[in-house]
Design a binder for this molecule. Structure first.
Ligand code: PLP
Length: 354
């Protein structure tokens, strides 16, 4: 076979695996870096989208999960568990199912996007909906994994970050150099920490000559790092970053300060605007992903970024994950009678037949 081998084989030398480690892969990674045709030129920057929605389960979580599940399996685990705002559960369920492990996911009741829940159920995970938020779900998972041999695959699990750092490697490999700025949505702050690890390692190994400024963006209703305190009832349309007490808080702050970057917040309106802007480039990403674009759109000029700067926005998950978000943008489906004339008349009125 001559195809991409999955990220463990592609970056084996950079990962804490041995020849004994069973490689549990769905051939994740190798996602495209898409040059922006509209948003970037309008801002006067050289903008790219790292489209992580094209991973096997539709989010970057697969990068961490191939590592976490491989290590868990190598250590003899028979079951795994996670708390999740959705994508972690979809990914854990898929990697567990395909490797003979049982999977339990603990989610905040009624707060998970439809596509993500469908994935976990289809992959035969045991799905438990708690009457609480993500942070409370995580507390329960921590308690259980302290007490029983079931493996925790949340991003507290260090192997998750090891896998996720490979996205930074790919960006450098694709661009031929590190970008000036890496913009990324921040929830539990595992991913921003992982990218920073990746850029640092690539620089150390001589694969790049610099590191980017790390720009992290939280949603205004759940911005604990920006505000400097926990948020008890985090709220935002961007459910993947609806987190009030990030697990990797300190590490994210270190990444931002060491890279001379920033951590800021964007409102739900700004997120939805960027969600539409991305769709205008033919890219359908979930609302949380659009936070990176919203942040860049808002801060590039405010922070005096020079014209032509190379900026990469990480689009963390696929738009199909959260189809209800489109509904929030207004009802745009037009009813019409099932006749040639009726449809013709409508299109003609819209100037489409000219
Ligand atoms: C998990 C997730 C995030 C947040 O990543 P963290 O590592 O928790 O900061 C952002 N977007 C999407 C789509 C996610 O699934």
């Amino acid at each position: 076979m001559n195809q991409w081998p999955g990220l463990i084989e592609a970056y084996r030398d950079f990962l804490p695996v041995t020849t004994e480690t069973p490689v549990c892969t769905l051939f994740e990674g190798n996602t495209p870096l898409i040059p922006s045709k509209i948003i970037g030129p309008a801002l006067g920057i050289d903008l790219y989208f790292k489209y992580e929605g094209l991973n096997p389960t539709g989010s970057f979580k697969d990068r961490g999960m191939t590592m976490a599940i491989s290590m868990a399996k190598g250590e003899g685990a028979r079951s795994v568990i996670c708390a999740s705002t959705g994508n972690t559960s979809a990914s854990a369920a898929a990697y567990a199912a395909s490797n003979g492990l049982k999977c339990v996911v603990v989610i905040p009741k009624g707060r998970i996007a439809a596509g993500k829940l469908a994935q976990a159920i289809a992959e035969q995970a045991l799905v438990l909906a708690v009457d609480g938020n993500f942070d409370e779900a995580l507390e329960i998972v921590r308690y259980l994994t302290d007490k029983y041999p079931i493996k925790l695959v949340n991003s507290i699990n260090p192997y998750r970050l090891e896998g996720q750092k490979t996205a930074a490697f790919e960006i450098v490999d694709q661009l031929g150099e590190a970008p000036d700025i890496l913009a990324i949505p921040v929830g539990n702050a595992g991913n921003i920490s992982a990218y920073w690890m990746g850029f640092c390692e690539y620089l150390e190994k001589g694969r790049s000559t610099k590191r980017p400024s790390m720009w992290g963006f939280q949603a205004a209703g759940s911005a604990p790092i920006v505000l400097g305190h926990k948020v008890d009832n985090p709220e935002t349309i961007a459910s993947a970053i609806r987190i009030g007490n990030p697990v990797r808080w300190r590490q994210a702050e270190d990444a931002v300060s060491e890279s001379n970057g920033l951590i800021e917040m964007v409102t739900d309106d700004e997120i939805l605007k960027s969600y539409e802007d991305l769709a205008g480039e033919g890219i359908f990403a979930e609302p949380a992903s659009a936070a990176s674009v919203a942040g860049v759109s808002k801060f590039v000029h405010q922070r005096g970024v020079k014209n032509g700067a190379k900026v990469v926005c990480v689009l963390t998950g696929h738009g199909l994950k959260d189809p209800d978000a489109v509904g929030l943008m207004a009802n745009k489906v037009q009813p019409v009678k099932a006749t040639n004339e009726a449809v013709e008349e409508l299109l003609d009125a819209g100037g489409i037949l000219a």
